[in-house]
Design a protein around this ligand. Structure first.
Ligand code: SAH
Ligand code: SF4
Ligand code: F3S
Length: 456
């Protein structure tokens, strides 16, 4: 049997796309494998967001070239596919830099993967033109595995933050229709999925066609999806502060399936820097959104993205970021050194912040964020929370799942609990996971939004 190895870098959408490419290949008879040396097709689903992410691809391709040659000597062919955002950004340049690559395919074109593999028998191919058709209309049915799944509802970005490649690699903002999303969600739930995370580069800008032809917003969509029998939890990511509409904030207090967790990138606490970044919001707007969301859902876990060392960032401006973090308090966060990206406005700006200054600022910021994360995890100890069990745990007799706050938990229970909600008392917070014990029948903290609202 032919085998396919698919590896994904970058964001959740890339993980989703990688799973869909595996589906395309499975429909052609390729069994998935995790052993790259036995793969007849190797797909690298790449990320272009920072220089480091993009560079990884070329070192991986160097290793794959050796593997491909070794397999060829044994009479076996290997097709190497570069997909994702580096494929979109660099296109044919990849073919000249990496002689072992057979196919370069962009994030909007991978429904044609089978065709491209056939074409590559004649000649190496690049397919990165944004197609007129919608890839979702041409993908095979989704195979489901697992309890928690991503579902793309919106793709692309019209925001053009000065540092970011996404508007170029993913194209303009497009929302899928409610009907298409509902059909995919129902299929997932029939296949055993109990939690769906709706994903989009600007998921809260979602405005898909609804049943009546009118445009539906993200809270409209979630209200429809939460009626699917068997679906226990909904999440969404990633959001832009400017698109946190009142109705979406209100939904956090009224939709029982919507989990109390919000990833809302702020990037910086300095208004001067935010303006230079073309973020179109200031620090006060961000603080205000957080205050309003905490008013309807006081126990919400907050997460964010930060960039340090954006061109011209002064020590005082960086201190404003630290102050914002100290004030708000995050349960988790991602933080990065600014990385100039070819083709983005900020790439050519002067006043680059020296590397050692960036490193020092990042370390300080991550120190504070880590402290907050540990404090958040420690606060869970002693509480009883509802855990959605996802899989067998690290040790025999253990299972692993997530709390409403997206914290991973390990506890003793039979694997028959996979796919169910179990009340768990948290007894200890480790560095990467919480540990607990099942307390069947116990009342749980922070279970449903409606409950929280009623108690308030
Ligand atoms: N709205 C998007 C953001 C994608 S990029 C989303 O759906 O997730 C994720 C994060 O990478 C951004 O929020 C930003 O913090 C970071 N990032 C983007 N471009 C960057 C760059 N040039 N240098 C450093 N970090 C960057
Ligand atoms: Fe990039 Fe900004 Fe769009 Fe997010 S909102 S994807 S950071 S351009
Ligand atoms: Fe990376 Fe593209 Fe996602 S650049 S973060 S894989 S949208």
């Amino acid at each position: 049997m032919k085998k396919a190895f698919v590896k994904s870098y970058g964001c959740q959408m890339n993980a989703y796309d990688a799973a869909r490419m595996a589906d395309v290949l499975a429909a052609e008879g390729y069994a998935p494998t995790e052993a790259v040396e036995e793969a007849d097709v190797v797909v690298l689903n790449t990320c272009h967001i920072r220089e480091k992410a993009a560079d990884k691809v070329y070192s991986e391709l160097g290793r794959l070239r050796v593997l491909k040659n070794a397999r060829a000597e044994a009479g076996r062919e290997t097709k190497i596919v570069v997909a994702g955002c580096v494929a979109q950004a660099e296109g044919a340049e990849i073919l000249s830099r990496a002689p072992s690559v057979d196919v370069v395919v962009g994030p909007q074109n991978y429904h044609r993967l089978t065709d491209l593999l056939v074409q590559s028998r004649q000649k190496r191919v690049v397919d990165t033109e944004f197609p007129v058709e919608d890839k979702f209309d041409h993908l095979p049915a989704r195979r489901t595995h697992g309890v928690s799944a991503f579902l793309t509802v919106q793709e692309g970005c019209d925001k053009f933050c000065a540092f970011c490649v996404v508007p170029y690699t993913r194209g303009a903002e497009v929302s899928r229709s409610v009907a298409a999303i509902l059909a995919e969600a129902e299929k997932l739930v029939r296949g055993g999925v109990r939690e769906i995370t709706l994903i989009g580069q600007n998921v809260n800008a979602y405005h898909g066609a609804g049943a009546d032809g009118a445009s539906a917003t993200l809270p409209d969509l979630m209200r429809i999806l939460q009626e699917i029998p068997g679906l226990l939890r909904l999440r969404y990511t990633t959001s832009h502060p400017n698109d946190m509409a009142d109705a979406l904030i209100a939904a956090h207090g009224t939709l029982p399936a919507l989990m109390p967790y919000l990833h809302l990138p702020v990037q910086s606490g300095s208004d001067r820097v935010l303006k230079a970044m073309n973020r179109k919001h200031d620090a006060a707007t961000y603080r205000d959104v957080i205050a309003r969301i905490r008013a309807v859902r006081p126990d919400i876990a907050l997460s964010s993205d930060f960039i340090v060392g954006f061109p011209g960032e002064t020590e005082a401006e960086f201190a404003e970021t630290m102050r914002l973090v100290a004030e708000i308090g995050f349960a988790s966060a991602f933080s990065f050194k600014y990385s100039p990206r070819p083709g983005t406005p900020a790439a050519d700006w002067a006043d680059a912040v020296p590397e050692d200054v960036k490193s020092r600022r990042l370390a300080a910021l991550q120190g504070l964020l880590d402290e907050q994360r540990h404090a958040f995890n420690a606060a869970a100890v002693g509480t009883v929370v509802e855990v959605l069990v996802e899989k067998a745990g690290r040790h025999p007799g253990q299972v692993a799942g997530k709390t409403p706050h997206l914290l991973p938990v390990q506890f003793d229970a039979p694997t028959s609990t996979i796919g169910t909600l179990v009340p768990v008392r948290i007894v200890r917070a480790g560095s990467n996971s919480l540990f607990g014990e099942a307390v069947p029948g116990a009342a749980v903290a922070g279970a449903a939004a409606a409950g929280a609202a009623a108690a308030a």
